[in-house]
Design a protein around this ligand. Structure first.
Ligand code: NAP
Ligand code: G3P
Length: 480
């Protein structure tokens, strides 16, 4: 199968050559999807970032209307190219066509909401602080939002369009320019998106797509002195490296998670089990907000296990290229190997399961639930990012809170109970950013603030928070 030769937008140029290229293979059948020009040395990175800085000097003075129109043009191109984009997502990351189309729709909504929220922000400018606001004598403070400059965006494989545009849209609407590096598994899409951005009107160096392995080009990008802000979504280890390599510039880090579903003894077991299975196994558990562990009152533990086993049997399992299955191919052999390692470790340490361990075509791991999981098991602590769900019993609500909070992660949690007042009370004690009551966690609705604490991240995302993270305040003080 001849690979498609992708071109990529780097500043003002659409490049088909960088004296090197990277070949991308599908996790579905290991067939080549495409070949893309890739950056291979620090000189190229420095040149890209320097030219982005030069482009910023012009772009920051463009009108809101012109920036808005370019992003709306881009939304139209996403709509027009939905079939090619969704096919690329299916091939590159083995997401079902149904979920790939949902990702496109969600991204269009996200961009339009970002434009609206930014317009509301600038229409309230300048923010005035003077004697009418406080008993300030002889001064009038006028405060404006200003773009930061060159925004470096690094995105993960699991939402190759959405988690890229949740970074690029707020940056570009605010007057920043962007240098972005998509995940290697997602680079064909990332390159294709750069061409749509060019066609939308971003032709003056506002957008540069850097194709290259994070382990090879990452440090050069992160440490580059022309970068003014970094927005990253991915693993905690890389997030920590970003903070270490460039500690002074503003960063937004959306990292790992170990979201707990806390099931109290009065929960509706059937409804709870259905919701937990959806929350744990959507896109094979490869979501940061996926349910990564269940903490259940030991009085109802076995009822819940039976109900979850029943729900798991309803999940459809198959190739992303052959239909809209619930569970499809995993992103990589390493990911499968890691999940099997956690699974076998738990079984050797006393955990139990009622499913058979099934690896189909060597790349689809059938969903599996472990119960009787104890604190000697690695999956009690580690983020599996796969279709393996550990169930841990607790004897009291206090111990459930303690188990939740001892995790190194602090993204989201969910509580299942009929007692909403009690759920709100427990929520206040959970060391996470968001608690969902009787519903599995999610990043959406995108207008909600979203973020993590501890090893789950730094800074807040969400439509408004992302815009604010890519702007700073400029104050002008007039004195009587
Ligand atoms: P990852 O391995 O950290 O990769 C994320 C991005 O970072 C990719 O573009 C990757 O490029 C790049 N990267 C890798 N090493 C780098 C380095 N040394 N310097 C700079 N960039 C580097 O994470 P992933 O496997 O894509 O995603 C899984 C993890 O991300 C999980 O922990 C998940 O919880 C987390 N995640 C969090 C959220 C959230 O919203 N909080 C959302 C999605 C995923 P390459 O692909 O070339 O390696
Ligand atoms: O892992 C991606 C993270 O952003 C989750 O998004 O919408 O599936 O909760 P969502």
């Amino acid at each position: 199968m001849q690979p498609k030769l992708f071109k990529v937008l780097v500043g003002k140029e659409i490049r088909d050559d960088f004296n090197d290229s990277i070949q991308i293979f599908s996790p579905i059948n290991n067939q080549i999807i495409g070949s893309i020009p890739r950056v291979k040395n620090k000189y190229q990175i420095d040149k890209i970032c320097h030219e982005a800085k030069e482009a910023f000097a012009i772009y920051k003075n463009t009108s809101f209307e012109s920036r808005k129109n370019k992003l709306l043009n881009f939304c139209e191109l996403l709509n027009k190219n939905w079939d090619e984009i969704s096919n690329l997502i299916v091939q590159e990351i083995a997401k079902s066509k149904r979920d790939a189309i949902k990702e496109i729709e969600r991204t269009i909504d996200y961009i339009k909401l970002t434009i609206d929220e930014y317009e509301k922000m600038i229409n309230k400018q300048p923010m005035i602080i003077d004697s009418n606001v406080h008993n300030i004598k002889g001064k009038t403070g006028k405060f404006y939002y200003e773009p930061l400059g060159v925004v470096l965006a690094i995105s993960p494989f699991n939402y190759p369009l959405n988690l890229l545009m949740t970074k690029l849209a707020p940056a570009l609407i605010s007057g920043n320019v962007v240098v972005y590096k998509p995940a290697t598994q997602g680079s064909c899409l990332g390159a294709f998106i750069s061409l749509l951005l060019y066609e939308s009107g971003f032709k003056n160096g506002e957008v540069s797509c850097v194709i290259g392995k994070g382990s090879e080009v990452g440090d050069w990008l992160i440490e580059n002195s022309d970068i003014n802000m970094i927005t990253f979504t991915g693993s905690t280890s890389v997030g920590k490296r970003i903070s270490q390599l460039n500690p002074l510039i503003p960063v937004s880090l959306e990292l790992g998670g170990k979201d707990a579903a806390i099931v109290l003894k009065d929960a509706d077991i059937a409804k709870t089990a259905a919701n937990i299975v959806k929350g744990a196994f959507l896109y094979n558990g490869q979501r940061c907000t996926g349910i990564k562990r269940v903490l259940v009152d030991d009085k109802v533990a076995y009822k819940l296990v039976d109900a979850i086993n029943y729900e798991i049997n309803k999940l459809t399992v198959g190739s992303a290229s052959e239909g809209n299955f619930d569970v499809t191919e995993m992103i990589s052999a390493n990911s499968i190997k890691y999940n099997l390692h956690l699974l076998l470790d738990a079984l050797q340490k006393g955990a139990l399961t009622d499913q058979n361990i099934r690896l189909i075509n060597n790349n689809i791991l059938a969903p599996i639930v472990l119960y009787n999981v104890n604190s000697n098991c690695k999956i009690y602590y580690e983020e599996q990012f796969g279709p393996v769900l550990p169930i841990i019993s607790f004897k009291s609500i206090e111990s459930a809170i303690e188990i939740n909070n001892e995790s190194e992660y602090g993204l989201q949690a969910s509580i299942y109970t009929e007692d909403i007042e009690l759920a709100n009370k427990i929520a206040k004690s959970l060391d996470v950013v968001t608690v969902n009551i009787n519903q599995s966690p999610s990043r959406g609705p995108d207008i909600f603030p979203f973020g993590g604490i501890k090893n789950s991240g730094k800074g807040m995302q969400g439509i408004k928070e992302a815009i604010i993270s890519m702007n700073r305040i400029k104050g002008v003080i007039e004195n009587d």
